[in-house]
Design a protein around this ligand. Structure first.
Ligand SMILES: NC(=O)c1ccc[n+]([C@@H]2O[C@H](COP(=O)([O-])OP(=O)(O)OC[C@H]3O[C@@H](n4cnc5c(N)ncnc54)[C@H](O)[C@@H]3O)[C@@H](O)[C@H]2O)c1
Length: 312
């Protein structure tokens, strides 16, 4: 039975306990706050029950029984396949915790940090086992939002990244991989741009905050729940992404404005994106896929209609 050692079982650490235990892993929990360690199993048991209501956990009691609080950090990281660190988000805390993790964990154990924005090279450089360290950034709450951003340091062994990817896949998460380090990784950088623009638009008086939220919840966010921005624009012009950018790129670049260069959606960047994206589907395929998109949106619309609004 694979085992994960969770170091830090606040909000995110407990959500990881849910994810790993329901996937059949044994889970060892430790937190610098003894009360947090002691309370984790019962709080996670409740969240497993909540997921079972939606058919997302087969046997919540069995999953909860796999979660064990332990008395020391060393115990949490001994005899485990993976350590998932979810301690405080400060560079001082990461440096202190990671020195202990590297000293206590067996050399083959992968050490992953949930850090939201601090790149791994900032706290793993001096570690003897730095080749087995990386970021595995979840999105809150990871037991229902599956993406995990894997961000290795320049010295992380590619085999470790590969093994981490297959672990997160095997427990039902959706890993993606950064090719080089950048503060905030991908998701939070994307979110930062959107949030900055939202604050600008509302503070400059273009619409109310409530109406701005509607444009995401009842607009952009719907497609984004099953497609990314590239897949979205590919279906919005018969010739796919290059065609879309040729038609609308100029307008988009001027809307994006600060802090982008005017040719951010120009031919050179389109060529780079297409080299990563692969080919352009035929107009026929795009039309076919658009039907699939519309079916997914219809199913989502039906789901949303059936949900109760939050009313306190
Ligand atoms: N909250 C989010 O939305 C979110 C999302 C993704 C990633 N993260 C990242 O996950 C990590 C944890 O965030 P959180 O929201 O769970 O915070 P939290 O405050 O809920 O939990 C942090 C836990 O770390 C414990 N702790 C403090 N010092 C410790 C030490 N030396 N060793 C072990 N544990 C220690 C605290 O007692 C606390 O229980 C951070 O790196 C954060 O950036 C947070």
């Amino acid at each position: 039975m694979p085992t994960v050692g969770l170091v830090g079982v606040g909000l995110i650490g407990r959500a990881w306990a849910n994810v790993f235990s329901r996937a059949g892993w044994n889970v060892k929990c430790w937190d610098a706050n003894a009360e947090a360690t002691a309370n984790a199993p019962k709080l996670v048991a409740q969240s497993l029950q909540d997921l079972a209501v939606h058919g997302l956990v087969d046997d919540p009691e069995a999953a909860a029984r796999r979660i064990a609080p332990v008395g020391t950090l060393a115990e949490a990281v001994t005899g485990v396949d993976l350590v998932q660190e979810s301690g405080p988000e400060t560079i001082e805390a990461k440096i202190a915790i990671w020195q202990q993790l590297d000293a206590a964990a067996a050399p083959e154990t992968i050490l992953a940090s949930s850090s939201s924005a601090i790149v791994a090279s900032r706290f793993t450089e001096a570690l003897k086992g730095r080749h087995r360290c990386l970021i595995a950034h979840p999105v809150n709450p990871p037991h229902v939002v599956p993406v995990v951003e894997l961000s290795p340091a320049p010295w992380t062994d590619p085999a470790v990244v590969k093994r981490a990817r297959s672990i997160y896949e095997s427990i039902g998460q959706v890993p993606m991989e950064l090719k080089k380090e950048i503060d905030g990784f991908i998701l939070n950088r994307m979110q930062a741009v959107l949030l900055a623009e939202a604050f600008r638009l509302v503070s400059e008086g273009y619409c109310s905050a409530e109406d701005l939220d509607k444009t995401i919840a009842h607009g952009l966010g719907l497609r984004w729940s099953f497609m990314g921005p590239f897949e979205t624009i590919e279906m919005n012009a018969p010739g796919g992404i290059p065609d879309y950018c040729a038609r609308f790129g100029g307008a988009w670049a001027s809307l994006a404005g600060r802090p982008y260069e005017p040719d951010v959606l120009g031919p050179e960047n389109v060529a780079r994106v297409m080299a990563s994206w692969g080919g352009t589907p035929s107009a026929e395929d795009i039309a076919k896929k658009s039907r699939w998109r519309d079916e997914r949106l219809a199913a989502l619309a039906a789901h949303k209609k059936a949900q109760k609004a939050y009313n306190g």
